[in-house]
Every structure is written in C-alpha cells, then in structure tokens.
Write a protein that binds this ligand. Sequence first.
Ligand code: GDP
Length: 199
Amino acid sequence: GWMHTARFLTTAAQLHQLPTVEVPEIAFVGRSNAGKSSCINTLTQQKQLAFASKKPGRTQHINLFSLGRQNLTDAVLADLPGYGYAAVSRSDKMRWQQVMVNYLVHRESLTGIVLLCDPRLGITGLDEALLEVVRPRVEDGLKFLVLLTKADKLTRAEQTKALSIARLQTGGGEVRMFSALKKQGVDEAALLLWQWAHP
Ligand code: GDP
C-alpha cells in the first residue's frame, strides 16, 4: 500500500516554482487521453487524485504528490500535463513544451519516468521526441518504464504484439501492459516504482 499514501503536495507552472525535493521523484508523462490520470488514480487507489490536474487552470501545471507514511515523504510523484492535445493553441504548445523539456532535463530530484501510451496509437512521434530529450539521463541511470494502457481493449495476441513493437521502439526498455479498468499490471507497476524509490 505504499502508493496509496499519495497526497497532494503542490502545483506549479514552471520548473523554478517547484520546491526542491530531497527524495526520489518519479514523473508520469504521456499524450493527453493516454490514460495517465486513470493510471495514477488506480495506482494510488484515490479516485480523484490525478483528476485534480485536469481542473481548469491546472492542466498546464506540474502537480506533485508525496508518497510515504505520515510525514515521512520518501518519494514524490510528479504528474506532468498531457501533450498532443489538438485543441491547444500553437503558442500554448510551444510554451508547454519548454516547461516540459526544462523539467525533464534539469529537475535534479527526477530519478524515474513512467511514459503512458495508448497501445492502439503506439509510441507516437511526440513520445519519441520525449524519449530523445531524456536519453542522456537514461544513459546516466534515470529509470524508465513504458506502460501500455487500456490493455482491456486488446486481445492477448494484440497485447503481445504491442509489447514487442514498443520494446523495439524504446530500445529494450521496460515495457508493461496496464489496465485501470481491469486492474491489470497494477501490482507489478507499483512494485517497480517502490523499488525505484528504495534502491
Ligand atoms: P489522460 O488524459 O492521459 O489523463 O487519460 P484519462 O485517464 O483521462 O483517460 C482517457 C480516456 O481513456 C478516458 O475516457 C478513460 O475512461 C479511458 N481509459 C483510461 N484508462 C482505461 C483503461 O484501463 N481501460 C479502458 N477501457 N479505458 C480507459
């Protein structure tokens, strides 16, 4: 139940507005509609936690949640805004891209990234651009997990195929199936994140 201890810490529109964090920070990223909020809510068993990030005015924010018993925060979960949403203006997209790249490149406490992808879209150009941005840090030890969401929409055979394609695209990184609806892959993902935070 480590992930169930998640509680809202803070929200910020810019990297420099985020508090300095002395514990491992794990960021959740992905295209808008990839299933990121559902995934965070399922992992933390808190129905509304990540949907707080979808409130008007907060969609372009980085939202931080503390993990750990009582006041002993031993990790931080960062929910980054979904990208690729068509209805966002070009200038907003550019501004957000800058915040995101800034965070991914410079956030010191960042030790792991969870990339959420809808397997019916696969790893898109935007996801690949993000992977490219973090590649130097991954080579430097940053942990990386791709969760293919909405597994319940795929047959077993389709899941196997989606996994192998994603593994090829990410160069042999950690890739797992996940379903918030059917609670598939939840314990496995939670265990992996716990291990990241407790090396
Ligand atoms: P976000 O924009 O990445 O935060 O995505 P959401 O969590 O809001 O999910 C986007 C849509 O996908 C919503 O309609 C969800 O109900 C749906 N969805 C998310 N996770 C699952 C899942 O595991 N199974 C199915 N069938 N639908 C899901």
